[in-house]
Design a protein around this ligand. Sequence first.
Ligand code: NAD
Length: 439
Amino acid sequence: MKIAVIGTGYVGLVSGACFADSGNFVTCVDVDEAKIEALKNGIIPIYEPGLETLVKRNYAEERLLFTTDINEAIDNSLMLFIAVGTPSVEDGSADLSYVLNVAKSIGQRMSEYKIIVDKSTVPVGTAKKVEETIREELDKRGLHRLEFDVVSNPEFLKEGAAIDDFMKPDRVVVGCDDPRTAELMKELYSPFVRTSNPILIMSPAAAEMTKYAANCMLATRLTFMNEIANLCDVLGVDVDEVRKGMGSDSRIGHAFLFPGAGYGGSCFPKDVRALIHTADENAYNMQLLKSVEDVNNKQKEILFKKLSEALGTEDMRGRKIGVWGLAFKANTDDMRESSAINLINSLLKAGAEVMAYDPAAMKRANEIYGDKIVLKKRSYDVLQDVDALVIVTEWNEFRRPDFDRMKSMMKNHLIIDGRNLYNPHNVREMGFDYRGIGR
Ligand SMILES: NC(=O)c1ccc[n+]([C@@H]2O[C@H](COP(=O)([O-])OP(=O)(O)OC[C@H]3O[C@@H](n4cnc5c(N)ncnc54)[C@H](O)[C@@H]3O)[C@@H](O)[C@H]2O)c1
């Protein structure tokens, strides 16, 4: 099939590369000229395991093209996927301007039947808005009878495991009212569901809602676990034992039960806010989700709180603090709404000197902080003479460190572990003041 993917970010680039890898002819479009130029030169603008190989292979085989020219992509494709960002605006709602701009460009260009597929996460009713926007542009051009279909096809991939998630999805959700278009969507996705995971055809509005409901459920589950961990801290219980005990219940399961310093990233925070906003707009009070957001905002301050408790002061002038991990989770360079930002902002405000390291997010951190913090090339380099080490991201390389080496470098043997990576008993035996979440 001939496909255009408009928006070549985390979702667009992964979707484009995976569609190309299953034999489709894909044109990836972005307004960011530097990004497209880099991709043409084999430079992948994001860190995502496995993506580089996939992009290079399909680019070399000319199944994957990169362009800034949306018109070329529209002309050459039957299916036009919209994968641009939908960030939060001030009032918490999703900013649809990028999606609707693309819809407008499509309406201004298309001159034959097209299928427009919303892959961005968008509020209920957006497929309708996309349709209206395109129709309006076609009408202006006198193309009143030109047909097209709009499909909602939300994406469920996780950054850090995006290729695997896309290639082997638990399910594919297709919101589509037209049976012929639904069949084409099924055909497109059939290589990815060979183990018979379902392709669920539903109304566009239900598909849009499914994506928000799924993300909000996961955010709620994490937040619930963070509260259980906080109570464990108060009661002197090890939440890791509790987590295993809970997760072994087949009605509960083990996934998304790891407590931490609050959820971040480019999806959960904005999607929770957007669903609350949709509900408010429709005079329904999403009480539970509002609490989830409140609890999460507080949780994001927990690392600084634990650190200042351990040091006996909130005044960090003259203190040197090491930070391991800046990305909002492991295996990505994405720092959007990462708890590391809350921590570092509080540290800087309190006068601390911050030394930080992340295996993938250094470029992003440099864009955010410049010379306000010291970025070190290796994990151990941040430990020299520090008053404490704070672990924010659960990168594998932090899981089995050389504690003797750490001890010899750190001025004060304090570890605040926002990911519960270590066995508290063992680390304390080695002479560290070790503080995890709920342990
Ligand atoms: N990142 C994730 O893990 C993830 C997972 C599932 C769903 N989503 C959803 O997918 C959507 C995209 O997310 P992302 O993280 O890939 O965003 P992103 O910010 O990484 O990428 C968006 C890209 O769109 C480009 N763009 C903006 N306007 C454009 C236009 N008019 N024409 C062409 N390109 C344009 C931007 O330059 C950018 O490169 C969002 O709605 C998000 O909620 C994201």
